[in-house]
Design a protein around this ligand. Structure first.
Ligand SMILES: CC(=O)N[C@H]1[C@@H](OP(=O)(O)OP(=O)(O)OC[C@H]2O[C@@H](n3ccc(=O)[nH]c3=O)[C@H](O)[C@@H]2O)O[C@H](CO)[C@@H](O)[C@@H]1O
Ligand SMILES: C=C(OP(=O)(O)O)C(=O)O
Length: 416
């Protein structure tokens, strides 16, 4: 299994190009199931999750051509609307095939994703919403069996704000008969990116970017071209790395407006941030100040940035309170960070982080995607060598992270 060897203490400087967003690319790739025409995508990130979702859809009959960060997908020959457990278990976002398969083919068999390291993560809201649209659904042997001659528009109010739930129901509603209203919809930019693509494919959607999506179903969708938006979590991760090590780095092909809440916290920590239409520059010349925050749905502070900011707080001046409100078990990085000599206590869903002036590298184990990123940031800021094991988690969601970090001066290498 691959590992990362990091020799910490290097200042970071230069330019980094941010990739397309994992959490936009995954639902957008699934939208290829909604049409028999070509979907032409650009800025598709090189990620294991992208390999997994395209592999899953290829075994259904989807044709995929790749060329760098471009991809052409064609769903004319889909014969098996099924998602087997072997593929779904490695990536929960595979549940995103359920809505489009049911909407276009009137049936789907999709493995239940199960929980993961950060929480139990049920998909009851996806199922409840599809049932409200007239789908007959039963669960047997760990699989969701769904069928509906044609889905019918409905008013759906989800119990909580769910990102992939909103995306699944949106992809179902675009081909349903009549009007669907999704209340309490997620407002994450990735939901908006999917909705904008669907409109290009001929869908009728109002309220994009708001918590109320109104969809008039159409008979069929056609092909379209689309560029995936920048990954705001990769952006935030690189910004945290520079804030933790000190330096001067410009991130290209990304946008400050995607992550205002995280940028505010970086400013509070002492970073100087400037930005233009498609770049963000961070200058950090001092020890960071501790920053407290609570994770919430967009536009609040993202749960997917919690671990990386916790690593930053570990070397900051002062004590911070980090409260996780989205997932019940998203502090797996705490024990690993403490192996480097950091000082974090957990009380319920709040971590109390007492900043230390320095920490020393150690072998650590990645437990999930963003936990891995926090260990890389801590390793970059630590003295001596840190070895991060189980980086297959990192490869799920970061596009060539070690190459991008090396290019701005980090001493980091992959050990096969
Ligand atoms: C591929 C993708 O886009 N993943 C993102 C997505 O995950 P994902 O879409 O899985 O997360 P949700 O927004 O659905 O989860 C929010 C909360 O709702 C709960 N819930 C959700 C659905 C449901 O049917 N029942 C239920 O109880 C979850 O357990 C969680 O506590 O949003 C999360 C929250 O911003 C991010 O951390 C993930 O990176
Ligand atoms: C939790 C994440 O992803 P997923 O929903 O794919 O597990 C993430 O991107 O941080």
């Amino acid at each position: 299994m691959d590992k990362l060897l990091i020799r910490g203490g290097k200042r970071l400087s230069g330019d980094v190009t941010i990739s397309g967003a994992k959490n936009a690319a995954l639902p957008i790739l699934c939208a290829a199931l909604l049409t028999a025409d070509d979907l032409v995508l650009s800025n598709v990130p090189h990620l294991q999750d992208v390999v997994t979702i395209t592999g899953l859809m290829k075994q259904m009959g989807l044709r995929v051509q790749e060329n760098g960060d471009q991809m052409v997908l064609n769903g004319n020959d889909i014969t098996r609307p099924e998602a087997p457990y072997e593929l779904v278990k490695t990536m929960r976002a595979s549940i995103l095939v359920l809505g489009p398969l049911l909407a276009r083919f009137g049936q789907a068999k999709v493995s239940l994703p199960g929980g993961c390291a950060i929480g139990s993560r049920p998909v009851d809201q996806h199922i409840k919403g599809l049932q409200a649209m007239g789908a007959e659904i039963h669960i047997e042997g760990g699989y969701i069996y769904a069928k509906a001659k044609r889905l019918k528009g409905a008013r759906i109010v989800t119990d909580m704000i769910t990102v992939t739930g909103t995306e699944n129901l949106l992809m179902a509603a675009v081909l349903a008969d009549g009007e669907t209203v999704l209340e309490n919809a997620a407002r994450e930019p990735e939901v908006g990116d999917l909705a904008n693509l669907l409109v290009k494919m001929g869908a009728k959607i109002e309220g994009i970017g708001t918590d109320r999506l109104v969809i008039q179903g159409v008979e069929q969708l056609h092909g379209a071209s689309h560029e995936v938006i920048a990954d705001r979590i990769e952006t935030g991760t690189f910004l945290c790395a520079v804030a933790a090590t000190g330096g001067d780095v410009t991130l290209r092909r990304t946008r400050a407006g995607l992550l205002d809440a995280a940028l505010d916290k970086l400013r509070d920590a002492g970073a100087i941030l400037t930005s233009g239409e498609d770049w963000i520059r961070i200058q950090m010349a001092r020890r960071p100040k501790a920053v407290s925050f609570r994770t919430t749905e967009y536009p609040g502070f993202p749960t997917d940035m919690q671990a990386q900011f916790m690593a930053l707080n570990c070397i900051a001046d002062g004590t911070s309170h980090v409260t996780e409100t989205i997932f019940e078990n998203r502090f797996m990085h705490v024990q690993e960070l403490n192996r480097l000599g950091t000082a974090i206590d957990v009380e319920g869903n709040t971590a109390i982080v007492t900043g230390v002036e320095k920490f020393i590298g150690a072998p650590v184990m990645a437990t999930d995607l963003r936990a891995s990123a926090s260990l890389v940031i801590a390793g970059l800021a630590a003295q001596g060598e840190t070895v991060v094991e189980r980086i297959y988690h990192l490869d799920r969601g970061y596009d060539r992270m070690e190459a991008k970090l090396s290019a701005i001066g980090a001493d980091i290498q992959r050990i096969k």
